[in-house]
Design a protein around this ligand. Sequence first.
Ligand SMILES: NC(=O)c1ccc[n+]([C@@H]2O[C@H](COP(=O)([O-])OP(=O)(O)OC[C@H]3O[C@@H](n4cnc5c(N)ncnc54)[C@H](OP(=O)(O)O)[C@@H]3O)[C@@H](O)[C@H]2O)c1
Length: 220
Amino acid sequence: MKIGIIGAGNIGGNLTRRLTALGHEVRVANSRGPHTLTALAEETGATPVPVEEAARGAEIAVVTVPLKAVPDLPSGLFAEAAEDLAVIDTGNYYPRQRDGRIAGIEDEGLTESRWTERHLGHPVIKAFNGTYAQDILDRPRPTGDPGRMALPVAGDDETAKAKVRALIDDLGFDTVDAGGLDDSWRQQPGTPVYGLRGGVDAVTKALTEASPERPADFRG
Ligand SMILES: NC(=O)c1ccc[n+]([C@@H]2O[C@H](COP(=O)([O-])OP(=O)(O)OC[C@H]3O[C@@H](n4cnc5c(N)ncnc54)[C@H](OP(=O)(O)O)[C@@H]3O)[C@@H](O)[C@H]2O)c1
């Protein structure tokens, strides 16, 4: 599958490693340009590209940049993608440590991914946001393995969500349908499922135990 990865840090780098290892054709971009991605390209076989070209032909694109950088992404990011493109958003809002106060999230009450989706102008599927980057490399397990971790996946487009869940299964993780994007507060930072290394039952339980009130540590 053709996959575009926007952001080549902790998460984007490790997704590039695993997805190329599975045989996917990966284009990867960061903010500084493809010449800064030669080591990752040599290691993985991924193609480093300018961010404008990352989603060219892609059936799946992953947006994995700090939340505060989302508005800086170029418009028309997905103009040359495949018609049935699914966009994964891995983002989290860290107002105090990194992102500053974002009014759309704090005052309008948008979920973090709904805010991102509005900036991107394309529906998103929220996944990997509570997964430690290193676990993408270290914790894949075969289907049926009792130690297999599950990841919550939220989004409104059921076809895109199914495509993303199938990809995560290929990567070695179960998934739990966490509802639509307006339900995705259940997996944001500070919730029981965030960072949970559990299976389907534990993740399902943690999602039901979430509180809609944003924890103080995650308010700007
Ligand atoms: N780290 C984790 O374990 C983890 C787990 C789950 C979710 N997340 C979330 O996933 C997102 C990414 O996290 P991360 O830890 O992977 O971040 P990171 O290591 O800081 O990497 C961010 C990447 O985004 C790129 N970037 C920044 N602004 C950009 C722009 N305008 N255009 C193109 N690329 C841009 C950076 O490029 P340069 O290197 O050129 O600056 C870098 O490659 C965050 O929202 C984070 O909260 C992180």
